[in-house]
Design a protein around this ligand. Sequence first.
Ligand code: C2E
Ligand code: MG
Ligand code: MG
Length: 696
Amino acid sequence: MKILERAGEQPFVSPQEAARIGALEAAQIGDWELDLATNIMRRSALHDRCFGYRSSPAIWGYQEFIDHLHPDDRDAVEASYATGKALVTQMEIECRVIWPDKSVHWIWWKGRFYPDEQGHSVRVAGIVGEITARKLHEDQIALYSLITQKITTPVILTDLLGKITWVNAPFETLSGYALVEVLGRKPGDVLQGPETDKNTIRLMHEALAKAQGFAVEVLNYRKDGQIYWQHLKVDPVLDHQGVITGFLALQTDVTERKRFEALLWRNANYDTLTELPNRRLFWDRLEQEVRHAQRTGKLVALFYLDIDRFKEINDLFGHEIGDQLLIEVAKRINACVRGSDTVARLGGDEFTIILPQLEALNDGERIAQKILASLTQPFYFDQLRVEVSASIGIALYPNDSPTTQQLVNNADQAMYMAKTHGRNQFCYFTPSMQIRAQERLHMGVDLRQALKPDQLRVFFQPIICMASGKIVKAEALLRWQHPVQGLIEPAIFIPLAEELGLIGDIGEWVFREAATWAAEFSRQGQPNFQVSVNMSPLQFARQMGERSWPRQLQEMGLPCKQISVEITESALLQDSRLVIDTLREYRDAGMEIALDDFGTGYSSMSYLVKFGIDYLKIDQSFVRDMAHKNSRTIAETIIVMGHKLGLKVIAEGVETAEQMHILMQAGCDYVQGYLFSAALPPEEFGRMLVADRCAG
Ligand code: C2E
Ligand code: MG
Ligand code: MG
């Protein structure tokens, strides 16, 4: 039995006192007494044990008692004490105390004030007991009741080892697992997050080991195997001493939100039509592959692919077919490359292909050839057969281009070259292309000046009548005498003029020159000599009203028959009122219309009648390849069909006697080409015309 110690006094214990102490010891209850006048607190050993002392410390007064309380509980204790003292009554409170080893414990503390004769409190005495274990139990019960009753989101409770000790009903509903099925198991084992989540889960465990909360979004499986996204917020569960007793995981099903986010991401990164990566994702991947190549020292090849004459397909068959074609093209390109390559659609009919980790140059070349071959196979949409080809530009990192931007520009340049070299082919980027690209830029600036200081000239190329062998017409062909670069071909600057919106002014000038010279050639002895003028599809917009060509011819006093207009199939494909009305006005006035480069586009025969075409000009490419059976058949068929529709046929680009012979046999009406003469300056052409007339 422990004897109460009273500071500085010999212990004296009466039998009643001894019995009381015995009872308190048995109940593990300490007692205490405070003299308000002296502020000396008498405490039993059991009292001090409730405050964490094995042997009792020095003298305590009221303040020492308060100092040992948990700071959060001090106000409540002091208030209760003050009330008890003022009313000379009892007080009782449950509060936390902090032990010397800093651990926190719950005590139950009860006291009663005793008055002096005047009725003022002079003494307070009471008992104290530790109730930590009970509180812990209550904590647990409170937690369980909280998660079972109050929390409507799914909750998992685990012990320190992460084994499930409790789940609530919403969790059962969400996961499909009943409490009994998951008790004692680890959440990860039950919900089987996929492999990709492993790292996240590891990070979570690390955080939890440091008693930090952690929130993640992971993929889980329901009991029925369905997948769902959950936002998981895990917090350690601390007891009143701050010791972790387990973990509480709050789950929120965020599947819908995730689905929406995924949709947004797809929208931002993928082309909705072809489902290929879009421009944005393409740049991301390209940067990534280039960085990778910097480390591995391998090559990255970039293809820039453009479908040839895609606009015509769109115009001719409608956008729906155009769209379907793009989808099929995307599939075919994808089928030609490896899984690690990226095929992206930049927009319109432009695709890019990133081939990372190339070992050798010809790897890329082989793939380019494969793609081109695959795309030239016909596409079928219901009954419709569509044939296309594509042009590919190839640029290499790091060989050609130190930066990704440069790489893309270069591949684009190379693609442009593939187009100008006749399409359906691939072309490597070369440094000279870059120079050419820069030249093109400067040329644009110069071209704006070209009209003013008389740099443009119209040349004339004779067109010979097959039957008579005489020059009966001429084609006006534009030349640009550049002050520094010399003579520039129209194939280079006409597309540029179209792009820059200069073709209208230039075309007007050509027309007036051609008309003036047509009058001159007639005066020189070839009455009603006809000159044909090339007209870009973009020029139609200018043709209405006052300044229309028939009006201008009237003003000049030149019969309209002396001018024929060469248009291309793409102009007809616009099929707009403007084109129809303009061509009708020409015809009504007596001008003639020729369809240039026939056979290379998508003209259908019905157009020829609808637009009242007078001449078909067989494209040079068929004439050039006439030794090949295919081209020859095409040329011959054009002649036969043209005649059936009442049209005259002109063959362009005739260079050899053999070609001439074949065309003659096929019944071609007119020929034009270097075999007779290239385009000549007007004065020279005039002399040639006179000589030709004199010759017979
Ligand atoms: P195009 O209308 O098909 O003109 C025929 C082209 O073939 C001309 O090239 C001509 O010089 C060339 N050529 C003629 N005979 C032969 C031959 O035997 N062999 C070969 N290899 N070529 C031959 P050019 O003058 O370079 O013109 C190219 C294109 O530029 C023209 O093709 C036409 O589409 C366009 N163009 C020329 N002048 C004008 C113009 O004033 N306005 C518009 N909008 N376009 C023009
Ligand atoms: Mg022409
Ligand atoms: Mg032509």
